[in-house]
Design a protein around this ligand. Structure first.
Ligand code: ADP
Length: 301
């Protein structure tokens, strides 16, 4: 499977330019779309999910093995048959059980035979570790349980393209871990697009990722290579809180971190930095902030 996004642009009627010449090529596996709030992630996800139209550009979904080539923007029905979508916000009927609601979704997705639906629903609830909670009302579920149910509904119909929009926002660490485990099992034969503003999500799950900000793709590649490209270029220093402005004026700070109440700054420099700076091992956050800081005021990140 290959998803090819070519020069996609979208400006909303209120003048907000949400996507600007976005071009990306995605193949099977987990792809992370990383960017701050307002970057354009949901706009891109909704466009791929055939829920909104771009102003210009194209999206294709090709599978040489299965011999299909879909124009995503015109063949909406074809795409929807291959698509599993977990939107950022999804309403559930709070008084309906997990099992009944999933049965309803399966019926909407065209699975007519009730026996087939029943087996599928129970198998999916088992897969997302909600089997024992299958008869509980959705309104009683925690955030993490709701997200896992959301994945179950996205998996109905064996999708080849799965889109999950900011799925870990609001989950506690244990729930997030459970959700990571579930997502990591999806990859292989499917394209999974995970949009997130959380760098750790990409680090944990994704073999490919892109950084998007103000509707533009700033970076596209593998997390490992991205981190390698910063080797020997990241420096860290603990500074008194009241000197931050002085340092901002003197150094290209890419991020600030508080550790045990102490303020540390991280700087990217091609030349060796003295003056109390220590070389630091780069990580994916450095990659993210290096790119984002070219587009945004660091104080607002
Ligand atoms: P993200 O998912 O990265 O937070 P969005 O795609 O939701 O970003 O939003 C990108 C920009 O487009 C933001 O400035 C947002 O306010 C704006 N936006 C999103 N949806 C609409 C809409 N339906 N009408 C007008 N502006 C919108």
């Amino acid at each position: 499977m290959q998803l090819t996004i070519d020069r996609l642009s979208k400006t909303y009627p209120n003048g907000v330019r949400a996507l600007h010449n976005v071009s990306l090529t995605l193949s099977n596996g987990m792809f992370g779309l990383l960017g701050p709030n307002g970057a354009g992630k949901s706009s891109l996800m909704r466009t791929i999910a055939t829920l909104q139209e771009p102003d210009s550009g194209s999206i294709r979904l090709d599978d040489p093995d299965a011999d299909y080539n879909l124009d995503v923007l015109t063949n909406k029905t074809g795409v929807r048959q291959l698509l599993g979508y977990l939107p950022q916000e999804f309403g559930v009927y709070p008084r309906i059980s997990a099992r009944r609601m999933l049965d309803h979704v399966a019926r909407l997705k065209g699975i007519e035979r009730s026996n087939e639906r029943k087996d599928l629903v129970l198998a999916l609830l088992d897969k997302v570790n909600l089997y024992k909670d299958r008869d509980r009302k959705l309104g009683t579920f925690s955030g993490g349980m709701k997200q896992r149910w959301g994945i179950a509904q996205a998996l109905v119909g064996n999708p080849r393209l799965i889109i999950v929009d900011e799925p870990t926002a609001g989950l506690d660490p244990a729930e997030r871990n459970r959700f990571y485990n579930l997502l990591s099992q999806l990859g292989e034969q499917t394209i999974v697009i995970l949009s997130t503003h959380i760098v750790e999500d990409v680090n944990t799950l994704c073999s490919q990722f892109a950084i998007i900000c103000h509707g533009e793709v700033l970076y596209h590649g593998e997390p490992e290579n991205a981190v390698k490209s910063l080797e020997g270029k990241i420096y860290s220093k603990r500074i008194p809180q009241n000197e931050i402005e002085k340092y901002r004026a003197g150094y290209p700070i890419i991020s600030t971190q508080l550790k045990a109440g102490q303020l540390y700054i991280r700087v990217k420099s091609d030349e060796h930095l003295a003056n109390g700076f220590s070389p630091a091992a780069p990580d994916l956050e450095d990659v993210y902030f290096t790119h984002i800081s070219t587009k945004m005021d660091i104080n607002t990140i």
